[in-house]
Design a protein around this ligand. Sequence first.
Ligand code: C2E
Ligand code: MG
Ligand code: MG
Ligand code: MG
Length: 292
Amino acid sequence: QAKLKGGNIHVIFDKQMHDYALRLLWIEEELLDAIDAGDIQVYYQPIVDAKSHKIISFEALVRWIHPEKGFIPPDEFIPIAEETGLILPLGEFILQSVCQQLCRWNNEMGFDTKVGINLSARQFSQPHLAELIINAIEKYQLKNSVIGVEVTETMAMTNVDNAIGILNSLREIGVQVSLDDFGTGYSSLSYLKKLPVHTLKIDRSFITELEHNLDDQAIVKAIVAMTQQLEFNILVEGVENKEQVEILQKLGCDYFQGYYFAKPMNAYDATQLLRGIDKGFIPPELPFYPDQ
Ligand code: C2E
Ligand code: MG
Ligand code: MG
Ligand code: MG
């Protein structure tokens, strides 16, 4: 009986592996063509000030909309791109798209906005990362401070000394660094203190149930208390309702990002939003952000 059961598990496992391998191959084959075909685009999700709810920046989130297969989530293709090395050309495309968009916004509206770009582990450890970013910034004649990067807590903690070196090279060129998915990795406080990071992004998993879950509230409270000493900004991602906003404001968080304010949107919609055309949302006012 046990053997039979084991056998079945084996069969299911094989089928999953097989499906995964096919999917991996398919994504690997299609990804670069998808960039050329314009099926891969950068979407922008606003980040707002916790008190005024004014937009202070955006997070760049990549979207792949395949003409036949529809939406392919980044959680699926980013890890495959990472595994196959395609993340480097994809990452370069994303960097260029963002810089080009920032340049357009500056030309059309006369003010600078900020965009944070997600980096995967391979991108983070590629040689001359700071140089790649500076080249794109210069190509589009942007201020260095308009580009931010997001690296996960796990990436920063995996090889801390190395990470500190890379993060310092980014800081030197004026790029702001956020620690993404904070709370899901294993940060040691003594290391956290050493990281040249501006902002901690508290992971969405602590927020999903926040209004019903006192443990999650206690965790957020503890993170805020701990980081006040270390002078990090606290950004909360995945804010979906008013109750959460109220709790998080009381806890002293600095910035919010989530569906309650806005979903990630394409460049056109983000432009409309910046122009203040979307009346359901508090338009940004000049000066666009407090310089930090
Ligand atoms: P992340 O960097 O932690 O991004 C936040 C994710 O939370 C995004 O998912 C965003 O759409 C989602 N989100 C934001 N607010 C809410 C909310 O209120 N409710 C819910 N349910 N979700 C919310 P997305 O766009 O699917 O991206 C997933 C992950 O894929 C990202 O997590 C990031 O790790 C990766 N990713 C996305 N774009 C890029 C990229 O351009 N480059 C790299 N290297 N990774 C990317
Ligand atoms: Mg992110
Ligand atoms: Mg995140
Ligand atoms: Mg996340």
